[in-house]
Design a protein around this ligand. Sequence first.
Ligand SMILES: Cc1cc2nc3c(=O)[nH]c(=O)nc-3n(C[C@H](O)[C@H](O)[C@H](O)COP(=O)(O)O)c2cc1C
Length: 162
Amino acid sequence: MSALTSPRYAAPPRSGNLALISCGYSIQMHQLVYISTLRPDVSLQDLTNILHASMRNNEPDGITGLLVRGGNRFLQALEGPTEAVLRTFERIQKDPRHFGCVVLTSRSVAQRAFGDWSMAFEDYSRRDGTLQDLVTKLLTHVTDVGVRAEFESFAERHSAAA
Ligand SMILES: Cc1cc2nc3c(=O)[nH]c(=O)nc-3n(C[C@H](O)[C@H](O)[C@H](O)COP(=O)(O)O)c2cc1C
């Protein structure tokens, strides 16, 4: 299966739902969900490079999440220690391969919704079936009502454009 058409499963973060450090403090977990628009000249190689950077950087930083492309839009959820999530998003926002990042959610959470994926990626433009079907499948194990609603509404709005 192509790396770009199937979610990438990475080792779960060592710390599980709540990042604990040895002296007993807990690190605050953060969840950030945003949408953005791809630059028209973004190639398949660019998408591969984005995925590789995500896999390279996210696991060491304790970040998990989901990236979906629907037409010319990205929807991404990033979860992990607050500082790491905000630092990663700073980097992503400056990336010239997309523009117009709009944050849908940026909040502290008690546990991860995407605990097992360093960054699952789905490129709806390369698949059969509807974007709604894809998102429904991706959300099978996601119980967070707010995250589900954001992805489902993204699928609804962008399925026609994909
Ligand atoms: C839509 C989108 C999502 C991205 N997601 C991530 C991500 O989850 N993690 C990450 O490290 N980089 C991500 N990137 C890439 C970053 O913008 C940046 O190029 C990368 O982090 C640089 O990594 P490097 O310094 O290891 O080369 C994303 C880029 C785009 C356009």
